[in-house]
Design a protein around this ligand. Structure first.
Ligand SMILES: *Cc1c(COP(=O)(O)O)cnc(C)c1O
Length: 233
């Protein structure tokens, strides 16, 4: 399992390099280890070597792992969330990255209220308008956020999240990261109640260095830490 430590150290080094390049502080970057399909002992090894946040994209998998690992790390739900599954994760997750429709807000708000919790969420933006991607189109985000800000007391919007298209050369998606940063600045200026543009969750194994250069402060990294995923098992 030595490779985990080695991979992680490489990722930490890459984060630092990207920060140096644009004069940012590496301590401002939250690294989320994306642990989908990764087994518990390997996740524990990553935790031992510095991972403090983990991200899962499936509710069932998150719940199973949460039961074994518990709250010594922070849990992020980074995948599409079905409304009928909110109840399973509401008391476990520290942040939901995939807020993308009002019906989901209603359910999250209801479940959060029932356990007296205000839950941090990011609005997922489909910045590249790829059909295969979830999220709200850029031009609809402000109206959506205005609606949420008025109506849902148990949801705190903490920022924006996006997934860039997969490309061989990460320079090709720099523009999308920049657009998300611009959008978050625009929203910040509106000073909406219960809306904070504290986090920009963007950048994955292939493109997190570019994302950091463009203002990301939450990156979601799986493959670079854990290796290629095997979905067959
Ligand atoms: C899988 C996944 C990641 C991590 O992708 P890698 O390329 O393995 O780093 C990040 N964000 C989301 C939403 C994911 O589903």
């Amino acid at each position: 399992m030595n490779y985990i430590k080695e991979n992680l150290n490489n990722v930490f080094k890459d984060i630092e390099d990207a920060c140096v390049k644009v004069n940012r502080n590496k301590d401002d970057i939250v690294l989320i280890g994306v642990t989908k399909t990764v087994d518990i002992p390997i996740i524990e090894e990553a935790i031992k070597n510095g991972i403090k946040h983990v991200g899962e994209n499936k509710v069932q998998e998150l719940v199973k792992k949460y039961d074994l690992i518990g709250s010594k790390v922070k849990w992020h739900l980074i995948g599409t969330l079905q409304t009928n599954k909110v109840k399973y994760i509401i008391d476990k997750v520290d942040m939901i990255h995939s807020l993308d429709r009002i019906s989901l807000c209603k359910e999250i708000n209801k479940r959060a209220e029932s356990i007296d919790k205000v839950i941090d969420c990011l609005v997922q933006v489909n910045i590249s308008k790829e059909e295969s991607k979830h999220g709200i189109y850029k031009e609809d985000v402000i109206e959506f956020i205005k609606n949420v800000s008025n109506k849902f007391n148990n949801i705190r919007i903490k920022g924006l999240m996006t997934m860039a298209p997969y490309v061989d050369n990460p320079e090709d998606v720099r523009i999308y990261f920049r657009e998300l940063k611009d959008l978050s600045n625009e929203i910040k200026k509106l000073n909406l109640e219960n809306v904070y543009m504290d986090y920009l969750s963007m950048g994955m194994s292939n493109d997190f260095k570019v994302a950091i250069e463009e203002g990301a402060n939450m990156i979601r990294v799986g493959t670079s830490i854990f290796g290629k995923r095997n979905y067959m098992k």
